[in-house]
Design a protein around this ligand. Structure first.
Ligand SMILES: NC(=O)c1ccc[n+]([C@@H]2O[C@H](COP(=O)([O-])OP(=O)(O)OC[C@H]3O[C@@H](n4cnc5c(N)ncnc54)[C@H](O)[C@@H]3O)[C@@H](O)[C@H]2O)c1
Length: 256
């Protein structure tokens, strides 16, 4: 599927990977509805994108993905602004291991992703007036492998893989023209990694060594994998692993 002229909705779009996903979508001719909880950072990114790509193809609305109401309002606003929704990336995510931050990590990384996927389906499914489309959910290599310094983070990312693959295999999803894919990067050079603390990981010193042991990918490199999951119509329920040492590899998941 070509992204030219398509409408994309991205959460956690102000910085890091979300920003890189918005950029590659804009470079390829999509219209982008950016959402993020960090309004100040998002406004800076929005101005940068509007200067580069034009004021009519990209907009921003503040949205905390842990708020059902805010997510519903943001999807509604996307349809009102751009006429529909074709591409959704449930990208917003945080680390959180100590009490009560771990509950926030579950709310954002898992519940935010589930809500965003349900809403995406509601707006895209052809039997409810949608045009079909593609959803990319952000997991991580921590969604496939253990991370001894982020067990809660790891649990949320495993859950994103299981949820997304299962819904991708549910017959009504494909019958309504919707694909769901999962992106699983290893460590990337973003604030998530540069801001490790004793709250968002276990044993911050060892966590830093673990995170840097294979080197960090750039967000722009990971965005190339993201675009592939969006554009390749043959990919549904696909899990794309990306890492500095091994590049881009599709995960062969066991099927029952
Ligand atoms: N950086 C990595 O090494 C790495 C690796 C694998 C997967 N990921 C995943 O990629 C995604 C993006 O992470 P990143 O590395 O770009 O992190 P980041 O911290 O650089 O950016 C995350 C963005 O999400 C936003 N955000 C946080 N809480 C939010 C909320 N409640 N509602 C809406 N937006 C919110 C932040 O304001 C920020 O703009 C996350 O899901 C993360 O788990 C990151």
């Amino acid at each position: 599927m070509s992204v030219t002229g398509k409408v994309a909705f991205v959460t956690g779009a102000a910085l890091g990977l979300g920003k890189a996903f918005c950029k590659i979508l804009l470079e390829n001719g999509a219209k982008v509805f950016m959402t993020d909880v960090n309004e100040a950072a998002a406004q800076v990114t929005l101005k940068e994108f509007q200067a580069q790509f034009g004021v009519n193809v990209v907009t921003f609305m503040k949205c905390d993905v842990s708020s059902k109401q805010q997510l519903e309002d943001a999807f509604k606003a996307t349809k009102e602004k751009f006429g529909g929704v074709d591409i959704v990336c449930n990208n917003a995510g945080i680390g959180g291991e100590t009490d009560p931050l771990w509950e926030k990590a579950v709310d954002i990384n898992l519940k935010g992703c589930i809500r965003g996927t349900h809403l995406a389906l509601q707006y895209m499914r052809q039997d409810q007036g949608g045009r079909g489309g593609v959803i990319v959910n952000m997991s991580s290599m921590a969604g496939l492998n253990p991370n001894p310094f982020g067990p809660v983070y790891c649990a949320t990312k495993h859950a994103v893989v299981g949820f997304s693959r299962s819904l991708a295999m549910f017959p009504e999803t494909a019958q309504n023209g919707v694909r769901i894919n999962i992106l699983c990067p290893a460590f990337v050079d973003t604030n998530l990694v540069s801001s490790l603390t004793d709250e968002n990981c276990l044993d911050v010193n060892k966590a830093k060594i673990f995170a840097h042991k294979d080197g960090l990918m750039t967000p722009d490199y990971v965005a190339e994998g993201f675009l592939e999951l969006v554009t390749d119509n043959s990919k549904n329920g696909a899990i794309l692993k990306m890492g500095k040492t091994f590049g881009k590899v599709y995960h062969e998941a066991a099927r029952a």
